[in-house]
Write a protein that binds this ligand. Structure first.
Ligand code: KQY
Length: 370
């Protein structure tokens, strides 16, 4: 695998929107007992459900540690490819490569991964295996890679429209544990150079109590160029209200890279979801890993969906707003099936369906929707 000395912008490569065609999806198998309850057994069942569901629409590869390879292979259907890749946890959106394309070829961008804040406020230590995942996926895919040696970024902290606009949050990208040596303008320059962008829109914060320092992929997502969803609550007593309101204010006054106003659709959140005593007791307490305490509020949001060829996969929480979320997404993706998956077990690990998936875009069909 070749490591390139240039940048995607100089080479004419851009990051496509997730709604553009894919060659496939990557997922990492969950097992870490200080993040997933009961050694990841309940989460593994849901990961099987997600991988199996996506594999009906596009090829899925699941990466497993050596000790879990046989179990993952046994639990997953044969259509899902299982490969051995060492990892520290199951968040391929964040530690995997960000793929870019010039319409003919695909290349990977390999950022530094430091477990969402390194020794400052990261979620576990060490994270060296996760940091090597992007390179290994580029090897498997036979894609050349752009390697950044100092710039920390997770895939879940950015969303793009594929037409030159990126949306992120100040809470995350300006956090002390990422790139404190860089100014906001310098961070914008790196993103523009490596993802080929003209416009960056900064939302102030992500979902209330999101342990990633407010990843954008839990609060906002593009559904098409000029169209997006925003996680929303009408409950003015919920701290989430001010956060979503502030994000909407930004989105209403900004324009995207093409000068368009973004048409924002509100996606009502589920009622607050708290960790139960039984769930908390199932997680190993390890010094240096974020604890999971009974009563802690989880960062549940329907905005954490994954767009695949022909389908959209969204987390469900057994909440009255599940149906409204399905309906809203169905209206925004008329050509795709909207598939809901009960995802509390993924939420208990700190993220959701978008965070556990990473697309490999297809190089062929610039701008085309599947
Ligand atoms: O992208 C994400 N939301 C990942 C969350 C990671 C949580 C690790 N415990």
């Amino acid at each position: 695998m070749k490591t390139l000395e240039t940048t995607p912008r100089r080479d004419g490569f851009r990051m496509p929107g997730e709604f553009e065609p894919h060659l496939g999806t990557y997922i990492i198998w969950p097992e870490r007992p200080d993040n997933w309850r009961l050694g990841g057994k309940p989460a593994q069942k849901v990961f099987v459900e997600v991988a199996t569901a996506i594999s009906r629409y596009e090829p899925v590869t699941v990466c497993a540690n050596a000790n879990q390879y046989a179990n993952a292979r046994e639990m997953l259907p044969e259509e899902v490819r299982v490969v051995e890749i060492s990892n520290d946890d199951a968040w391929v959106r964040d530690c995997g490569p960000t793929f870019v394309t010039n319409g003919k070829e695909i290349r990977g961008v390999d950022w530094v991964f430091n477990a969402w804040g390194g020794l400052y406020d990261g979620l576990y230590f060490p994270w060296d295996k996760d940091d090597a995942v992007a390179q290994k996926i580029c090897e498997i895919e036979r894609r050349a890679r752009y390697k950044l040696y100092e710039f920390v970024l997770e895939g879940g902290s950015i969303h793009v429209d594929g037409e030159g606009t990126l949306v992120t949050t100040e809470e995350c990208l300006l956090s002390e544990g990422r790139n404190p040596h860089l100014t906001k303008e310098e961070i914008e320059e790196v993103l523009k150079e490596y993802l080929n962008l003209e416009k960056i829109i900064w939302l102030p914060r992500g979902i209330y109590l999101d342990e990633t320092n407010g990843h954008v992929d839990n609060i906002f997502s593009f559904t098409a160029p000029g169209e997006a969803v925003l996680a929303w609550t009408e409950d003015k007593d919920d701290p989430q209200y001010e956060i979503s309101r502030a994000a909407l204010d930004v989105l209403e006054r900004e324009r995207d890279a093409k000068g368009r106003k973004i048409n924002v659709h509100k996606l009502l959140l589920p009622k607050p979801i708290l960790i139960t005593a039984e769930e908390s007791e199932g997680v190993d307490a390890v010094n240096g890993t974020l604890p999971r305490m009974e009563g802690d509020r989880l960062a549940a949001s329907y905005a954490n969906f994954y767009i695949a060829n022909g389908a959209v996969f969204l987390p469900l929480f057994n909440d009255p707003n599940d149906e409204a979320a399905i309906k809203t997404l169905q209206s925004l993706f008329p050509g795709r099936e909207v598939v809901g998956i009960y995802a509390r077990e993924i939420l208990l690990g700190g993220g959701n369906i978008h965070c556990i998936t990473q697309q490999v875009p297809a190089p062929c069909c610039d701008g085309e929707k599947v």
